[in-house]
Design a binder for this molecule. Structure first.
Ligand code: SAM
Length: 243
């Protein structure tokens, strides 16, 4: 049946994503710095700046991987707050926990394995949810967004940092060449894993563009949605509120 077919496809995607992140976990941070030429740090800084984080906030860093955002949040939210680093992949969680412990960040961080499509929290739990370079890996994005909406507190906000659509043709061409030629080659040479980086390029091309994602957020209930293009739209930071 059509339904059966879809389920098989979805399972395939989920296990492909799992394989990719098990195999890149150990080298994830180094590759991130190399492939983005360090620019991912600026994108993440912008995410923190737009988050409205304050002391005492309860935050979910979803698909948090090796915990770059969690680290920054945990320093701001302090002892009275809490950051949950949630990820579906235990290899990524392990690398993240190790890294943050080595940075001396303990006490207000929890590491929880979870699927973004079915968040294991009661309604109205978090002040802020971030998902950085994670949504494009999720099989059912609408379901995941609805789940995020549910666990946000009224007044809370969601930030989605994700690859998006470059705003000029010229930039799109350069970027396409970079992601389909240079990136898999770097993946092969540095991490001996061109397939994972090929997947990465494909998942970026498939991801909904700025206005589509904004509409998807609105469809599950988010209000005052907006986005900010970063690096010419290669990346976009979407924001939405639950009231
Ligand atoms: N947020 C981190 C960052 O910006 O560096 C990590 C991003 S990494 C590219 C994507 C992460 O999404 C991986 O750690 C992967 O395991 C996680 N992921 C993929 N599918 C997921 C899902 N359905 N639920 C939760 N996490 C997921």
């Amino acid at each position: 049946t059509h339904f059966g077919y879809k389920t098989v496809e979805a399972d395939k995607k989920a296990s492909l994503v799992a394989d990719v992140f098990h195999s890149v976990a150990a080298k994830y941070d180094v590759m991130n710095d190399l492939m983005s030429m360090g620019i991912h740090r600026l994108w993440k800084r912008q995410t923190i700046a737009s988050s409205g984080v304050r002391k005492g906030h309860k935050i979910l860093d979803l698909a948090g991987g090796t915990g770059d955002l969690t680290a920054k949040f945990s320093q701001i939210t302090g002892e009275t707050g809490q950051v949950v680093l949630g990820d579906i992949n235990d290899s990524m969680l392990k690398v993240g926990r190790e890294k943050l412990r080595n940075l001396g960040l303990v006490g207000n961080i929890e590491y929880v394995q979870m699927n973004a499509e079915a968040l294991p929290f009661p309604d109205n739990t978090f002040d802020i949810i971030t998902i950085a370079f994670g949504l494009r890996n999720v099989t059912d994005k609408d379901k995941a967004l609805a789940s995020m909406y549910r666990v946000l507190k009224p007044g809370g906000r969601l930030l989605v940092l994700e690859f998006s659509k470059p705003s000029s043709e010229a930039l799109a061409k350069v970027y396409d060449f970079y992601s389909f030629n240079i990136l898999p080659t770097m993946g092969k040479v540095i991490a001996n894993d061109s397939e994972s980086y090929q997947y990465l390029a494909e998942s970026i091309r498939m991801h909904p563009d700025q206005d589509t994602l904004k509409g998807m957020m609105e469809n599950v209930g988010f209000e005052q949605t907006s986005y900010q293009n970063l690096t010419g739209g290669i990346v976009a930071l979407h924001r939405g509120f639950k009231f």
